[in-house]
Design a protein around this ligand. Structure first.
Ligand code: FAD
Ligand code: DHB
Length: 394
């Protein structure tokens, strides 16, 4: 088989790139190792930046998002038994975020792709990318019990952190940066109306907790837990009791409980592989970089990468101009590193580090007090959280 752009991975990065290219008349094939059922039900991110919302809308993938997504103007930081609202819209000239789950974004993009008749193969596992530094890159994959080869002009590795694309770059041509954290997140979905209108990020000496949501009937909550946690050690009641302790606030607020329908543990890591290009192989999304989830940036970074990449590939394949492909890595990495810093900042500001001492804890509390007391500090948090417009100077 032959195509213009071979896309490895049908996560948000791969699916959106395929959609953006299709709108420009550029052919691609998407290869995904897992089943459609699996990729449409994998619980992950939930917050879309304004720029992400705009891109999805502009490419015709925003119809259900606009109907069902929840627009949020602010978040609450909760610590020391009190809540403090960060009014993001007021602090950023009206920029907002949308609560619309990654599962729904993926479902919408898969449906559009299938409806259009363009190639998207599930249960097609890529084993290797060969010839990335030649004019004839080839993708080797297994599908329907047989080995196949896909020839392409360009290959995009949108296959997540554990994918194979990044491994096609020789070790001496890539530099990686990494940080692991001494905690993980236990995430749950519960069939109960959210106990709050806006997200609550709670910093507590027992650990961080986050109250998010999926719909007016479904809550999404997270607890900081030790990295080796087994979700089976957390029966429903233990989770709700711990959430109660960490969200405790002076006043009569209470957390409503309901049946837990999904629970999983997510490790926390920061990771960047540079550059994002090796010959005719380009990396996008989690294949190239990971952020700890506290700033809600992972999915949004994937969208920003492929928005740039779609423009660059369109210029190269449609008009013979490969200058944007030449600058793709540097341009994308500026946003990546901004998000890396913000995610690290939010993580260290809000989590309780088991190795920290009294001095570090007092500094952390002073930082929290400052963020909610100072308009300058709150504005910085707000503008990072809602996200910088695509093309902004970072
Ligand atoms: P992915 O969504 O990982 O998609 C990559 C795709 O490639 C997958 O479908 C995979 O099956 C496929 N693939 C892998 N290897 C191969 C292969 N060899 N051949 C073919 N296909 C392959 N971000 C937040 O902002 N908030 C959160 O709460 C949050 N929670 C998360 C929880 C978990 C468990 C994980 C892993 C991530 C979470 N993230 C969160 C991050 C966010 O979900 C990611 O940043 C986002 O999914 C990145 O999209 P992507 O398309 O780059 O990668
Ligand atoms: C969600 C995840 C996040 O990492 C975050 O910061 C906010 C919300 C969510 O899954 O809803």
């Amino acid at each position: 088989m032959r195509t213009s752009v071979a896309i490895i991975g049908a996560g948000p990065a791969g699916l959106l790139l395929a959609r953006l290219l299709q709108r420009q008349g550029i052919e691609s094939v998407v290869l995904e190792s897992r089943s459609r059922e699996h990729v449409e039900h994998r619980q992950r991110a939930g917050i879309l930046e304004q720029g992400t919302v705009d891109v999805l809308r502009d490419c015709g993938a925003g119809e259900r998002m606009d109907r069902e997504g929840l627009v949020h103007d602010g978040i609450e930081l909760r610590f020391g038994g009190a809540g403090h609202r960060i009014d993001m819209a007021a602090l950023t000239g009206g920029r907002r975020v949308m609560v619309y789950a990654q599962t729904e974004v993926v479902r919408d993009l898969v449906a559009l792709r299938i409806e259009s008749g363009a190639a998207l193969l599930f249960e097609a596992e890529v084993s290797e990318v060969r010839g990335a530094d030649t004019d004839h890159p080839r993708v080797h994959y297994r599908h329907d019990g047989a080995e196949h080869v896909l020839d392409a002009d360009y290959v995009v590795g949108a296959d997540g952190f554990h994918g194979v694309a990044r491994k096609a770059i020789p070790a001496e041509r890539v530099r990686t940066y990494e940080r692991t954290y001494p905690f993980a997140w236990l995430g749950i979905l519960a069939d109960v109306a959210p106990s709050t209108d806006e997200l609550i990020y709670a910093s507590h000496e027992r650990g961080f907790a986050l109250h998010s949501m999926r719909t007016p009937q479904v809550s999404r909550l997270y607890l900081q837990v030790p990295p080796d946690t087994d979700a089976r050690d957390w029966p429903d009641e233990r989770i709700w009791d711990e959430l109660d302790l960490r969200f405790a606030v002076d006043g009569d607020w209470r957390l409503e409980r309901g049946p837990i329908t999904d629970r999983s543990v997510t490790p926390m890591r920061s990771f960047v592989a540079e550059p994002l290009r090796y010959g005719r192989l380009l990396l996008a999304g989690d294949a190239a970089h990971i952020v700890p989830p506290t700033g809600a940036k992972g999915l949004n970074l994937a969208v920003a990468d492929v928005t740039l990449l779609a423009q660059a590939l369109t210029a190269a394949l449609g008009h013979g101009d490969d200058s944007q492909l030449g600058s793709y890595s540097d341009t994308a990495l500026r946003r990546v590193w901004r998000a890396e810093h913000f995610s690290y900042f939010m993580t260290t500001l809000l989590h309780s580090d088991p190795a920290s001492d009294d001095f570090a804890r007092r500094l952390q509390r002073s930082h929290l007090d400052h963020v909610v007391a100072s308009a300058a500090a709150a504005t910085s948090l707000a503008e990072n959280y809602v996200g910088f417009p695509l093309g902004a100077r970072l």
